[in-house]
Design a binder for this molecule. Structure first.
Ligand code: ZN
Length: 320
């Protein structure tokens, strides 16, 4: 007996990660293709062709496709708004393009962090929660919120831009043009900017200076330096964790979630970041019982958004 299948795709600036699952979200096929950030039509054709050839006869069992995209997404109109990493995709009618590439299959569109949150909520670290918060710490910082069992999208699809919560007006510059946003502290770019700032100070730690002069210097390398005992690297992560905790504490006061999920590549630093985050949260949170809100690492890794897009697509089909 054939079983209905769903495709989930996570469209990023350099690659599209995809997963094809059955209705219980067991992956049948997964992989990634090159993403042309200037040409959505060509990329979607390539994606459909790749999946079609990998599925063979089972292609006929695919019922629906979910797309997660880095940018402001209007899921109702099926359009992608501001998307700095996908300039050629901005403003396009993705639902129509997907329909053309995927032989008229229904398509669902979501912001990538919302999709990752959806994946974690149903299949990963957020299972069983009714109120849930997620922060994804990558090149930037993205956020997602589940309130009373519903994903918060907002009146104009702009909710949960938690990376641009301003923590200090006098703080470091953020890519958005403001200063002191959470993203300026707890993203990969924020961590590396702080490392370089410290390395440029006269008398700076020589190991930190040597690290920052490497062309491949990144947060993973900074974490390795910290694990090796470098006090500056430890302190850079600890400071980022404290600012993350300040943001989480503010959000817990507003939303009182059952759990807080920290995901994204920067979160792989684990306790280097989370120890100070967890220490800061109860200093900010007012509700006595909310001070101990669990702050956990994401479960699904880099395929969270693709899986979450599949969940959203299948929900849409099931919902009518
Ligand atoms: Zn900002």
């Amino acid at each position: 007996m054939s079983e209905s299948l769903v495709i989930g795709a996570d469209v990023g600036g350099t690659a599209v990660k995809y997963v094809v699952t059955d209705a219980s979200y067991t992956p049948r096929v997964e992989g990634e293709i090159f993403c042309d950030p200037t040409d959505p039509g060509h990329t979607l054709d390539d994606l459909a062709g790749t999946i079609r050839s990998r599925l063979g006869a089972a292609w006929g069992d695919v019922e629906t496709v979910g797309f997660a995209c880095a940018g402001i997404v209007d899921p109702v109109a099926g359009r992608l708004g501001r998307a700095p990493n996908l300039p050629g995709w901005e403003g396009t009618d993705l639902a129509a393009l997907a329909g053309a590439a995927f032989a008229g299959l229904p398509a669902v569109l979501a912001n990538d962090v919302n999709a990752a949150l959806m994946g974690e909520w149903r299949l990963g670290a957020g299972r069983g929660c009714r109120d849930l918060l997620m922060l994804a710490l990558g090149t930037g910082v993205g956020g997602g919120i589940v309130v009373h069992g519903s994903l918060l999208v907002g009146g104009r699809c702009g909710a949960a831009e938690l990376g641009h919560m301003i923590l200090d007006r006098e703080g470091p510059a953020c890519g958005c043009g403001n200063r002191g946003c959470l993203e300026a502290y707890a993203s990969a770019s924020g961590l590396m900017a702080e490392a370089r700032r410290r390395a440029a100070v006269p008398g700076a730690d020589l190991d930190l200076v040597a690290f920052c002069s490497r062309t491949d210097a990144d947060p993973r390398g900074l974490a390795a330096l910290a694990v090796a005992g470098n006090a500056e690297a430890v302190d850079i992560y600890a400071r980022a964790g404290t600012m993350l905790g300040l943001a989480v504490g503010n959000l817990v006061n507003a939303l009182d979630p059952d759990r807080v999920i920290i995901g994204g590549g920067v979160a792989q630093a684990g306790d280097l970041l989370l120890a100070t985050c967890r220490a800061e949260v109860p200093r900010v949170v007012l509700g006595e019982r909310s001070k101990s809100v669990p702050i956990v690492l994401a479960d699904l890794g880099p395929r969270a958004a693709a899986l979450g897009a599949a969940v959203m697509a299948l929900d849409e089909v099931a919902g009518g």
